[in-house]
Design a protein around this ligand. Structure first.
Ligand SMILES: Nc1ncnc2c1ncn2[C@@H]1O[C@H](COP(=O)(O)OP(=O)(O)O)[C@@H](O)[C@H]1O
Ligand SMILES: [Mg+2]
Length: 283
């Protein structure tokens, strides 16, 4: 069965999406794993990075996104979500990347998220809004080695749907004061959730992103994170780089993973991160 890993942080702009997409692509290419990326963020950035804006528009017009899944949960008599049509196979603008699939998000999730938050829960309601995603991917979860989830920057119902099926989670962060501020809260909240649900969700660790070597604050914060010892800090450090910012553009075509991501040690950072995670689960 697939190992499920969401990427979580309360802060926007810390490279959650970039990390999730790059990790999915490195696993699917350099490690030959069958990977599914689930885009739960209404910002839809991972989706647009992997299939482009035009394809997304078309899927969205047809209702073939995860917004339809969550919308359906609000009105279970009206079944609309079609998994086969929503699942996008063989995505990414890296032509050698053949083993990556996507469940796309939609901007429409923003409103649905708010309505879902007000839905009643508890033992008397069979359609628990925390298990919507779990039920939906049941028919396909055995087809993958890894399922990575890009979560919205909050701990709402949609994020909890991702955590409900998680084996372990990653926290990407820029090593500065404000970006690292919310990390203990995220960890506590996930501990509380997993205890309540009686499931085990492992904190895999912190991934340092957009690191500026010439920044004193970045160096000090990185030192503090490492010394803190409360969370593992991955040895892969992602430096601030133009190439990574450019990788967000779907309209560029690349032959290999290395071509898309490599600048200033970025290839090694993704490779080693993928390797460390795979070794943790596969020994
Ligand atoms: N290592 C990096 N170097 C330079 N820019 C980066 C890097 N990682 C991410 N970015 C850029 O930073 C912005 C925020 O990243 P994103 O992955 O969208 O963050 P989040 O999902 O946490 O909001 C994007 O424009 C992205 O292209
Ligand atoms: Mg994002």
């Amino acid at each position: 069965m697939a190992i499920v890993i969401p990427t979580i942080h309360l802060k926007g702009g810390v490279a959650k999406t970039t990390m999730t997409v790059g990790l999915a692509e490195v696993m699917a290419t350099e490690f030959n794993k069958k990977v599914l990326l689930i885009d739960l963020d209404p910002q839809t950035n991972a989706t647009v990075m992997l299939i482009g804006d035009r394809n997304w528009q078309e899927l969205n017009n047809n209702g073939y996104t995860l917004a339809t899944l969550f919308e359906e949960a609000l009105d279970p008599d009206d079944t609309k979500f079609i998994l086969d049509k929503t699942l996008q196979t063989n995505v990414s603008n890296i032509s050698s990347c053949k083993k990556l699939d996507l469940l796309p998000s939609s901007l429409d999730l923003i409103n649905i998220q708010d309505v879902l938050a007000k839905m009643p829960t508890g033992p008397f309601y069979s359609d628990n809004p925390i298990e919507i995603l779990k039920k939906a991917i049941r028919p396909i979860k055995y087809n993958y080695d890894y399922i990575l989830i890009d979560c919205p920057p909050n701990m709402g119902i949609i994020t909890l749907n991702g955590l409900r099926i998680a084996n372990g989670y990653l926290i990407p962060t820029i090593p500065d004061v404000l970006s690292t501020y919310g990390i203990p809260y995220v960890v506590d909240r996930i501990d509380e959730f997993s205890n309540n649900m009686d499931i085990k969700i492992e904190a895999l660790g912190i991934v340092v992103t957009k690191f500026k070597e010439n920044s004193k604050v970045h160096k000090t914060t990185l030192g503090k994170l490492k010394k803190g010892m409360t969370q593992h800090v991955f040895s892969s450090i992602f430096k601030e780089s133009n190439q990574v910012a450019m990788a967000a553009d779907f309209n560029k075509q690349y032959a290999t993973f290395k071509q898309k991501w490599d600048e200033d040690g970025q290839y090694n950072a993704f490779y080693n991160l993928g390797k460390e995670i795979i070794e943790r689960y596969e020994g």
